[in-house]
Design a binder for this molecule. Structure first.
Ligand code: 13P
Ligand code: SF4
Length: 370
């Protein structure tokens, strides 16, 4: 081993990695990756930056990545370049002998943080007191903590992603007359509307208010209770951004993620998950023009991969970046891999067994939908 490499490995503290500029560690990442071979699987969510995506064995949306983790039982270590709830889901679904690693434990999701377990328990107790809980199936978007997933699993509910939210809603409404949809009100509203639920049959549940800020009759008249959570990246897109893009280019097709508001989704030409957006652009002819309402790294990557099309962000004056996803850096990836090469597992994600059982139930119900 060269002396300089030995020195670096001797100092495996993260700080020593963070001193390096972004692409400077590429050779070391590739070497550690080669060294570990099939023992390691690197998963990268579409919103990751290119320097990280470059090393991913698979890229995908949260649904596809959860499946990838299950399809590779031979990988001892699953390095999840995404956010905390994604790594937790992979830990719930993983096989025996596998470990999931999140390169930076601070990579969270502000939307997932908007539904705290005790708030959901409290909401459920209030719904029980009204005699409504027995008529409700709880559904949680995969962007939630494992504890919330477990709550849903234990109360006859399931997980959904933006790819299968319609199927999940139909599944639930075939069993009970009402749904509590956590934690993204926009995905819940957009999906409910797509399957024919009127806005007047929906109520927003604000966890900071009694009865979620509703009176009992409003709740009794609702089929869909929407938890008051949102994605700070997608909620920033506004209907006027759609108008502006259309005014500048009447041929533009507006495609947005369902975490955008109802007003934006209604004005858009197409709405769907990150995988859906990618497929739509991949199958479009040369010369097509798109305004894309989702995270900026994905939009930039699509624009680079499809120079034959015109692809712009829906709002060109803002920088809709998922700042928590951005925390996963090549420096963190290198740190994790070089530690693994030395037999050290840093930043493992371990969902407690008690939580895992309920969360697995809710995830399995989702996987059975597909
Ligand atoms: P996808 O399920 O489309 O990957 O979305 C996940 C997410 O966090 C979007 O903000
Ligand atoms: Fe969470 Fe929004 Fe980031 Fe997706 S884009 S991980 S919902 S904060």
């Amino acid at each position: 081993m060269a002396a300089s490499t030995a020195n670096v490995l001797a100092d495996c503290s993260l700080t020593s990695y963070l001193r390096h500029p972004d692409r400077a560690l590429d050779g070391r990442i590739a070497a550690a990756r080669r060294n570990l071979g099939r023992r390691v699987l690197i998963l990268g969510h579409h919103y990751q930056r290119d320097e990280v995506i470059h090393f991913a064995d698979y890229t995908g949306d949260s649904f596809r990545l959860a499946r990838r983790a299950m399809e590779h039982p031979e990988a001892e270590y699953i390095i999840f370049c995404g956010v905390h709830f994604m790594a937790e889901s992979a830990d719930v679904l993983r096989g025996p002998g596998q470990q999931v690693i999140l390169p930076d434990l601070n990579a969270g999701c502000s939307m997932a943080d908007m539904a705290e377990f005790t708030q959901v328990e409290d909401a459920w107790e209030q719904l029980e007191a009204l005699g409504l809980a027995a008529e409700i199936v709880p559904i949680t978007y995969i962007n939630s903590t494992a504890a919330i997933k477990a709550f849903c699993g234990e109360h006859g509910g399931l997980v959904c992603t933006s790819s299968n939210a319609q199927a999940a809603l139909r599944w639930a409404l075939a069993r009970k007359p009402r749904v509590l949809f956590l934690p993204d009100q926009h995905l819940g509203r957009n999906t409910g509307h797509q399957i024919g639920i009127g806005l007047e049959e929906m109520a927003v549940w604000n966890p900071r208010q009694e009865l979620g800020g509703n009176d009992a009759s409003r709740l009794r008249g609702s089929r869909l209770l929407l938890w008051k959570g949102h994605c700070s990246v997608h909620q920033r897109f506004l209907p006027q951004h759609v108008d502006q893009c259309r005014a500048e280019d009447p041929t533009v097709r507006v495609i947005v993620h369902p975490e955008c508001s109802f007003e934006v989704a209604q004005k858009a030409d197409q709405t769907g998950s990150t995988d859906f957006i990618i497929r739509a652009i991949e199958s479009a002819p040369a010369g097509a023009s798109w305004a894309v309402g989702t995270e900026l790294h994905l939009v930039h990557r699509l624009a680079q991969q499809h120079p034959e099309q015109k692809i712009i962000p829906l709002d060109r004056n803002a920088c809709p970046v998922c700042t928590t996803m951005f925390r996963i850096s090549p420096q963190h990836l290198c740190w994790v891999l070089e530690n693994l090469a030395q037999g050290e597992v840093v930043n493992p994600i371990r969902v407690p067994e008690g939580v895992k059982r309920g969360a697995r139930l809710a995830l399995d119900r989702m996987l059975a939908l597909a």
